[in-house]
Structures are given as C-alpha cells and as structure tokens.
Write a protein that binds this ligand. Structure first.
Ligand SMILES: C[S@@+](CC[C@H](N)C(=O)[O-])C[C@H]1O[C@@H](n2cnc3c(N)ncnc32)[C@H](O)[C@@H]1O
Length: 203
C-alpha cells in the first residue's frame, strides 16, 4: 500500500466550517487538493493509496483522518442512503461529515474506508512505521529517483508552513528525507509527482 500523510498545522478540527470559504477553515483548500492528487486519475481513482490527514487546527486537535477509496463503493454523498460516483465537489462535505462524526476515545469508521480518531502526528507515523518504510518529503533530501522504495511506503509532507520543527527533529530520526527537485512545490503537486514516480516504477 502507498500511504501519504499530509500534516496541517491549521486545518480546523470541527465539521463546522463553511465549504465556500475553505481558506478560512485553516487552509482546508490545501487538504482538499491533496485528496484530489492522492486519489483522482482521469476517469478513474486510485485504490492503492491510503491518505492520512493530520490536522492540528482549532478547536480540538489533533485529528487523524484516514481515507481509502474502493471504486465499487465510491465516496458516500451527504445523504447516507445514497452512494455517489466519486466527485471532487463532494470532498468538502465529506471532510465536514467525517469531522462531525468524531467520537472521543475511539477510531470511528464514518464511511467505508474513512476513519477518524484523535492521534498526534508522531503517533500516526509510529503506527505506520511498523509495516511500512517511512519517507519525509523534503526539498533538501536525497533525490527520490535515487531512493529505493518498497511496496509498503509512507510519504509525509507538510502544509503551506511545512512540517512543525519539534516533530521534524524526531521524524528525521525514523524517516528518510527525499526530494522531488530544487523547487518548492505545493503539497498537492508533490503528491502528484510522487504518485507518478511510483507509477513509473510499477510500485
Ligand atoms: C508548500 S510546501 C511547504 C513550504 C514551506 N514554506 C516550507 O518551507 O516548508 C509543502 C510541502 O511539500 C513538500 N515539498 C515541497 N517541495 C518539495 C520538494 N522539492 N521536494 C520534496 N518535498 C517538497 C514538503 O513536505 C513541504 O512541507
């Protein structure tokens, strides 16, 4: 399984945000672009990707949202009784609903393949590390083209402000820093490029 972990220090941790003003929801717009780059292909979706969103915004951080998509099931619509074809326009309401359904003290499966729990960045990574090799996306890291990547891999990336420095120190001890080049890319662009790199290698 190919995992991406997108960390946002600002994305809100309540479903009570306005879908029409995603930038005001702690840059939820970036998280939605990351979802699109993680899963969407032209006329298809990726079933080999698991996306972890770790949000540290107010009012109740941290939140860990886990998303996988099964083509057959699609992403559910706001109306639980219906299942829509996966659609980019539904993503804000999907995240709102997942955040609303958080229950303290448990990992809740809100929709098939979509979970929410309270878990810190380091705890999520430590969990993933048990089964996967962990990479940090870092402009100054080793060129990803030189990196050996196995089927079970995790790529961690930060928001518009990058990864938090305290956690970054710890992460650098357990993860391999890899770069996709000398330019600083948007988080969603990074995901698209890494997906492409792994596709080309047949991973
Ligand atoms: C918009 S960038 C963050 C910019 C932020 N001002 C900083 O200095 O970290 C979002 C994330 O994409 C990843 N990223 C951006 N460019 C990259 C590159 N050339 N190679 C590897 N990762 C990159 C990093 O994980 C970064 O935290």
């Amino acid at each position: 399984m190919r995992h991406f972990l997108y960390f946002s220090g600002t994305a809100v941790t309540t479903g009570n945000f306005n879908s029409a003003e995603l930038m005001k929801a702690g840059r939820m717009d970036i998280a939605l672009h990351v979802i699109i780059s993680s899963f969407f292909l032209s006329h298809s979706v990726r079933e080999d990707v698991k996306l972890h969103l770790v949000f540290y915004g107010m009012p109740d951080p941290p939140k860990h949202i886990e998303i996988t998509i099964e083509k057959e099931k699609g992403i559910p619509s706001q109306d639980d009784r219906e299942r829509l074809d996966i659609s980019k326009k539904d993503l804000a309401s999907l995240i709102k609903k997942i955040l609303y359904k958080y229950k303290p003290g448990q990992k809740t499966e809100v929709f098939p393949g979509c979970f929410i729990e309270k878990k810190s960045l380091l705890n999520v990574v430590e969990e993933l590390q048990k089964e996967s090799e962990v990479f940090i996306l870092d402009k100054k890291g080793t060129d990803i083209r030189e990196a050996k990547v196995q089927d079970n891999c995790v790529f961690i990336l930060g928001d518009h402000k990058g990864l938090p420095s305290k956690e970054l120190k710890r992460l650098k001890k357990i993860a391999i820093p890899v770069s996709i080049g000398n330019k600083m890319y948007f988080a969603s662009q990074v995901v698209a490029i890494v997906n492409n790199e792994l596709d080309r290698r047949g991973i």
